[in-house]
Design a protein around this ligand. Structure first.
Ligand code: UDP
Ligand code: MG
Length: 325
């Protein structure tokens, strides 16, 4: 068996020829500086997500010069989260740094993240060190406002504590990564999935820089799809709403039924009106209720089909002195 590198840096790249050389140089320099502090070798896994520019050529040229670089090319554009998943499933490191290729997240933060993961001042180490954005320079007001609204909305819709204002920039242990890769769900909202795994997750606050070059590969259409994936993967609130509406409509329908019967009893109706209205009230109400019930089962079926583990054990200590590990 080959020895694992101590660290893998994983970055998805879509049309990033403009920033890739600088990205690889800066990550390379950080790794050089860490040197033996790393406790082993490192690799840089860059994934070309079906780019239409010279991203792939840039990567392979760099890989020919630096043996730490692993260039991966996908068949076509799969989107940020899947390109990242591809890189994560290929990397071999004991620790994994997830980072965007556009240098908005500074790779120079790595030594601090490693220290937080090691644990300092007798405090235990971390399973995940995630970057939390303080300032977001060079990003439009629209982008910042929609992002802030999105993280607050999803925070209210799910029990999972998804950190506010955090992207995918984070350092995770091999153990967390293996749990992440074992989750077979197809619509992957990676920052939520990592939060769902739990363990000790600590933030590191940083200022988000403007892109080093090129423009955002997240137009509004992709942002909406991303938000929809996140909400449907982590919340059944929309489905539950159909159940609530079902109950309300059933109550309204029944009231209508009673009202039309009473009207008939006191002779306030045209012939035929009572039977028609009673039938509409009861049938309409029942239909909404049944839809709500179907929604409830669908929600459970959906949960089941995500195939997530039921629980994840952090450690076991037994009385025979076995202890952790
Ligand atoms: N990206 C990708 N595939 C895509 C879109 C984006 O691999 O279809 C990569 C992109 O190259 C970058 C990261 O995902 O490394 C984040 O994208 P971007 O910086 O454009 O998003 P923003 O920071 O504007 O939200
Ligand atoms: Mg970016």
């Amino acid at each position: 068996m080959t020895v694992r590198p101590a660290l893998s840096v994983v970055a998805p790249c879509f049309n990033e020829e403009g920033v890739l050389p600088e990205f690889l140089a800066r990550v390379g320099a950080v790794l050089d500086r860490l040197g033996s502090g790393l406790g082993g070798t490192a690799e840089i896994v860059v994934v070309d997500d079906g780019s239409r520019d010279r991203t792939w050529e840039t990567m392979t040229k760099a890989a020919a010069q630096d043996s730490r670089i692993v260039a991966v090319r996908l068949m076509r554009n799969h989107g940020h989260q899947l390109a990242l998943t591809a890189g994560l499933s290929i990397c071999r490191g004991e620790r994994i740094l997830i980072i965007d290729a556009d240098l908005q997240d500074p790779p120079e933060l790595l030594p601090d993240m490693m220290a937080l993961m090691d644990g300092i001042d007798g405090k235990g180490g971390a399973d995940v060190v995630y970057g939390q954005r303080r300032a977001r320079e060079g990003e439009s007001l629209f982008k910042r406002a929609t992002a802030a609204a999105f993280y607050r909305l999803i925070g209210r819709m799910t029990d999972v504590e998804i950190p506010l204002d955090a992207g995918d920039f984070r350092l995770v242990t091999r153990r967390v990564l293996d749990l992440l890769l074992a989750m077979p769900e197809r619509h992957r909202f990676i920052r939520g999935m990592v939060a769902w795994i739990g363990g000790r997750q600590v933030p590191i606050v940083y200022d988000r820089k403007p892109r080093a070059a090129g423009e955002s590969k997240y137009p509004l259409s992709k942002m909406i799809r991303f938000a929809a994936d996140a909400i449907t993967a982590f919340s059944v609130v929309p489905l539950m709403a159909s159940m609530t509406i079902g109950w309300i409509m059933a109550a309204v329908g029944f009231a209508f039924f009673v009202y039309s019967i009473v009207g008939w009893l006191i002779g306030h109706t045209l012939p035929g009106w009572t039977s028609l209205m009673a039938a509409i009230g009861v049938l309409g109400g029942m239909q909404f209720l049944m839809l709500g019930i179907i929604g409830a089962y669908l929600g459970r079926l959906y949960d089941q089909s995500k195939g997530r583990p039921l629980f994840m054990i952090r450690e076991i200590v037994d009385g025979r002195g076995g202890g952790p590990e």
